[in-house]
Design a protein around this ligand. Structure first.
Ligand code: PMP
Ligand code: GLN
Length: 382
């Protein structure tokens, strides 16, 4: 059949995880923890199943979980979303973002993405028939370049997709960034899709600047998060979206014919577990310790460290390594690193439409300390 996505192959995360499994490499590629979640969360889900919560939940998600989400967002970011009309539980952030795009992007509408960006955004826009407008983040620092974003906005711009904390760079948008974005969008009708899946992974005392904190942004935004990241359960595929009621009404029209709804027992378990904010409030200290362990080890090597202010990703520049393979394209270097050194990583070029190669690769440090140490021992010889 003629392909709807002719430029798309298998995602880099699938490719590198398969290669890591095949070669026995330490997998610091695809972003997922190699440790289990809190047993209390498992008990909460098990209890829900045993209590008979095994049939379809409401299309929008169970009320208790929507209320818990609304309460959390209000407590942390000061914006009151109506749990009935403005919160929807999704099958992970991936489905939430696709559904938001399909709900609002008409064929021919322009949608701005900031490169490097998560690999699902561009195919999502293409599936909606939208026109992808790529604006680079500032080379080297990965900070937003508001002059270039402003220059990309036209009367046909329907939406802008942002992501902070940022995958792959680990950069975190500041209050000043959000204020500038709010000011920039104020005279426009541009919608915002704010991918905040790493909202609870911001380090060194910096706050997470959710779009929900900024009324001028919240009024036009789909804000997306993921329980997979927050609670170390990426395989559960449960996330959520919050948005003003008129936007959410359109979102739900698509959602109901996409997945219709999301598995019931996980929703009950998550709702019960979320009553205690301690687990997500502990995440910055938990992951900052892993980041620091990993960075201290890498500082002994020839990899040049880039900042990791948030997420669970550490980017490194490979151009100073002592091996000839440093001159390979990033993607080939990552294949070599996996096969010959025994550590899987993700090439940053995978996050660019034109495969831009800047000799930077991404490691995931959401791993047991032993795993990180095993990877560091292998990387030390480069
Ligand atoms: N957005 C970003 C920036 C991500 O890193 C991820 C996870 N890889 C997702 C969205 C998708 O999240 P989920 O696993 O909940 O679908
Ligand atoms: N978000 C994860 C990452 O960036 C991957 C998720 C996936 O495999 N789709 O590594």
């Amino acid at each position: 059949v003629p392909s709807r996505l002719p430029h798309v192959g298998t995602t880099i995360f699938t490719v590198m995880s398969a290669l890591a499994a095949e070669t026995g490499a330490v997998n610091l590629g695809q972003g997922f923890p190699d440790f289990d979640c809190d047993p209390r969360l498992l008990d909460a889900v098990n209890d829900a199943m045993r209590a008979g919560h095994n049939q379809y939940p409401p299309m929008t998600g169970i009320p208790a979980l929507r209320q818990a989400i609304a309460a959390k967002v209000q407590a942390l970011y000061g914006h009151a979303y109506d749990a009935q009309a403005e919160v929807t539980v999704t099958a992970g952030a991936t489905q939430a973002i696709l559904t938001a795009v399909l709900a609002v992007v008409h064929p021919g509408d322009e949608v701005i993405v900031l490169e490097p960006c998560y690999d699902s955004y561009v195919p999502n826009i293409e599936l909606a028939g939208g026109v992808v407008v790529r604006v680079p983040l500032t080379p080297g620092t990965f900070r937003p370049d508001f002059d270039r974003i402003a220059a990309a906005i036209t009367p046909r711009t329907r939406a802008l997709i942002i992501n902070s904390p940022h995958n792959p760079s680990g950069r975190v948008w500041t209050r000043d960034d959000m204020l500038r974005l709010q000011e920039l969008l104020a005279p426009t009708d541009v919608l915002l899709i704010s991918d905040e899946v790493y909202e609870h992974m911001v380090y060194d005392g910096q706050p997470h600047e959710s779009a929900a904190r900024y009324p001028g942004l919240a009024a036009r935004a789909f804000i997306v998060s993921s329980f997979g990241k927050t609670y170390h359960v990426t395989g559960w595929k449960v996330g959520y979206v919050v948005a003003p009621a008129p936007l959410m009404a359109e979102f739900r029209k698509v959602h109901q014919f996409n997945v219709f709804t999301v598995n019931t027992p996980m929703q009950h378990g998550l709702a019960a577990y979320m009553a205690d904010p301690a687990p997500y409030l502990a995440l910055p200290a938990f992951y900052a310790a892993k980041r620091d362990l990993f960075r201290q080890g890498l500082a002994q090597t020839r990899f040049r460290l880039l900042p990791s202010e948030g997420t669970y990703f550490q980017c490194v520049d490979i151009s100073g390594l002592a091996v000839p393979e440093k001159d390979l394209p990033e993607a080939d270097f990552c294949q070599w690193l996996t096969r010959e050194v025994g550590v899987a990583a993700i090439p940053l070029s995978a996050f660019y439409g034109n495969g831009f190669d800047q000799k930077v690769i991404r490691f995931c440090y959401a791993k047991r300390d032993e795993t990180l140490k095993a990877a560091l021992a292998r990387l030390a010889r480069l």
